[in-house]
Design a protein around this ligand. Sequence first.
Ligand code: SF4
Length: 327
Amino acid sequence: MSLSHDPSSQLGRDLPRHDWTRAQIRALFELPFPELMFRAAQVHRDNFDPAEVQISTLLSVKTGGCPEDCAYCPQSAKFDTGVKAEKLMGLDVVLAEARAAKAGGASRFCMGAAWRAPKDRDLDKVCEMVEGVKALGMETCVTLGMLTGDQARQLKHCGLDYYNHNLDTSPEFYGEIITTRVYQDRLDTLEHVRLAGIHLCCGGIVGMGEDLEDRVGMIATLASLPVHPESVPINMLVRVEGTPLAHVAVLEPLDFVRTIAVARICMPASVVRLSAGREDMSEETQALCFLAGANSIFYGPKLLTTPNPGRDRDVALLDKLGMRPMD
Ligand code: SF4
């Protein structure tokens, strides 16, 4: 392939573009690895300081017992994974965790609740948490499932900065992973959040048995949203015993790195988060992800219910790479 005639080589420094075609995104995935890495690193440094990493901490404020059937999720009530259903955490406990996260260097505190959609009385309590965390001087993010327009406006009113709602995979593969809702439900919530004026955190999961075309379709959908999500988490599936994906074939790490690189190129101004799956990832793979344009991680020993590298390991890795937390 002659790269100079490849439409995907038009990596404007004046992006973001919203008209990426699947053919262009596929062509990026199929580039020789060094070429893809070079282009992604170039886009990264055109838009960010490549030595900086945004640090977030994620706390499960309501664990387990979820009525949805996301095939990757240990919190679904439909799978026997040993995760116990718990009630919504008290405000004091949440604020103590947020203070500890701030002391550990986190600039954003994310709170996740395993709901299909929040009830209005639950949302009032989440709003108190958002207000409390904001008062500590941190950015706030919540992930609560599907929202109505009114609920999104209520969250905006209480000062929420980010709402996480992942598209997970391509529209075509979605039905293989979740049967209790449809892709359009996700897009509707994303629109409610966007219209309420809350920043979006939206990405997906790879390594769920999808093929390359599904990774292409996922990035194409994200990159053609009316405004690119400000934060794009790319997760590597954590295979949890008891879930339907417990024994799915492991994705080649370099295919994960490619997904990060293509996300970086297609959404140049977004923060791309190297999200779940780092616990089983070598330092070398994580370093390649940073080179490919990832510039955010979750700190802390747990990501909702699955393990994550401890803070000390992350500090040591960032030190080794000469990288530092984003202010
Ligand atoms: S991913 Fe979220 S919506 Fe799906 S089962 Fe888990 S907690 Fe429920």
